[in-house]
Design a protein around this ligand. Structure first.
Ligand SMILES: [Zn+2]
Length: 387
């Protein structure tokens, strides 16, 4: 039970004000003697001259803080990174929606590097670490949403997080709010109590407020759907297996069935995942896609020189090629973003409603966990909810 996290990252303005300003001064509550330190902070802010910040005698503690905050906001991250949450502007624009994609930095795990935000119960990491990381991530997601900013008060209680036992399937479940039917498997009430049953599947949808739906990923793609009019959301876990089972296309169908969503009202965001640049596949994956999609050939790219990658990572879990098979001259890469985009188009979403962050987890192991690249690695979360 230690809580070093917040202090290491960035002291609250109040906390910082004291020690920095006047080591000599008595611990006066309001720190009236602040006249001295002010000028120091200012010189750097050339541009701030436009504001009344520069010299006004009213160098109150408040303006001092404002300056410091502004400076901090524009400063590059320091050595100890905080929790960083990626968001999509197309979703941030929806005022009632809460969402975020985690990165690997700013947590308390140490198994995959220092200050790692591992959000999955992996073999290497401890449960308390993961739980602490999840708390930090959820708090950050809730605090970052625009409405929270407006009201300047994030929810007092963290929202419950619903996760599935992911099995690379096409199975989708609804989290029921008020008046769940008898056979409802996942309800908001159970989620709040922490008594939601372990459920296998790879997609979650809801129109209930105050709950976060999440998927765990490390190379597979998290995909968020939101219906601005019906106020309903969904989140899906799409690796190659989920994609070949049309998880996201079914997801749109389930949202239509449960919430009467119209495809043209849906906004889709494909989060970070392994890009076509890095995602070499074997014959089985290729033939599975070809058997399912007439457009399969458009999803593959032939790339030279895969030998180094293969010898480095001989047991790639995402492809099923048995070891010892002959190497083709070219290696075949799969574009999962393109595949899922196509499914969303087929489901009726307009192209302009489909967005992708365009970040490859395998290329960017400085900010993401990549199972394929690292083998022993953590897990990230993507979450979505309704305020
Ligand atoms: Zn890549």
């Amino acid at each position: 039970m230690k809580k070093p996290a917040k202090t290491s990252q960035q002291p609250t303005p109040r906390a910082a004000a004291k020690p920095v300003a006047k080591p000599a001064a008595k611990p006066s509550r309001k720190a009236p003697a602040k006249s001295a330190p002010k000028p120091v902070a200012k010189p750097a802010r050339a541009k701030s001259s436009a504001k009344p910040a520069a010299k006004p005698p009213a160098s109150t503690l408040k303006t001092q803080r404002a300056l410091r905050d502004r400076e901090r906001a524009t400063r590059r991250p320091s050595r100890t990174p905080g929790v960083q949450v990626l968001s999509a502007p197309q979703l941030t624009a929806i005022p009632w929606l809460v969402h975020g994609f985690s990165t690997r930095t700013g947590g308390v795990s140490t198994e995959y590097g220092s200050h790692q935000l591992n959000l999955g119960f992996t073999e290497e990491d401890t449960r308390p670490n993961v739980e602490r990381n999840r708390q930090k991530f959820i708090a950050k997601v809730l605090a970052a949403s625009p409405v929270a900013k407006l009201k300047a008060a994030p929810p007092a209680k963290p929202w419950p997080l619903v996760l599935l036992n992911q099995v690379h399937s096409g199975a989708i479940h609804r989290v029921w709010g008020a008046n769940p039917p008898e056979d409802a498997r996942l309800t908001l009430r159970d989620a709040r109590r922490g008594s939601a049953p372990q459920t296998a599947g790879d997609g979650l949808i809801t129109n209930a407020r105050g709950v976060l739906l999440g998927v765990k990923v490390a190379d597979c793609y998290p995909i968020i759907l939101a219906d601005r009019r019906k106020k309903a959301v969904g989140i899906f876990h799409a690796g190659w297996r989920g994609t070949v089972q049309r998880i996201v296309e079914k997801g749109v169908g389930e949202m239509r069935r449960h919430f009467r969503c119209r495809p043209q009202d849906l906004v889709a965001v494909i989060g970070p995942g392994i890009g076509a640049c890095c995602y070499e596949i074997g014959e089985e994956v290729e033939s599975r896609f070809e058997s399912q999609f007439a457009y399969a050939p458009t999803l593959f790219e032939d790339v030279f020189d895969s030998w180094s990658l293969k010898t480095k990572y001989p047991m790639l879990f995402l492809n099923q090629r048995a070891p010892g098979h002959g190497e083709p001259a070219l290696s075949r890469h799969l574009d999962l973003v393109k595949a899922n985009r196509q499914q969303l188009l087929d489901a009726g979403l307009p192209a302009e409603n489909i967005h992708a962050l365009g970040l490859c987890t395998s290329c960017r192991t400085d900010i993401f966990f990549s199972y394929r690249k690292e083998r022993v690695t953590g897990r990230m979360l993507a979450v979505v909810g309704i305020r």
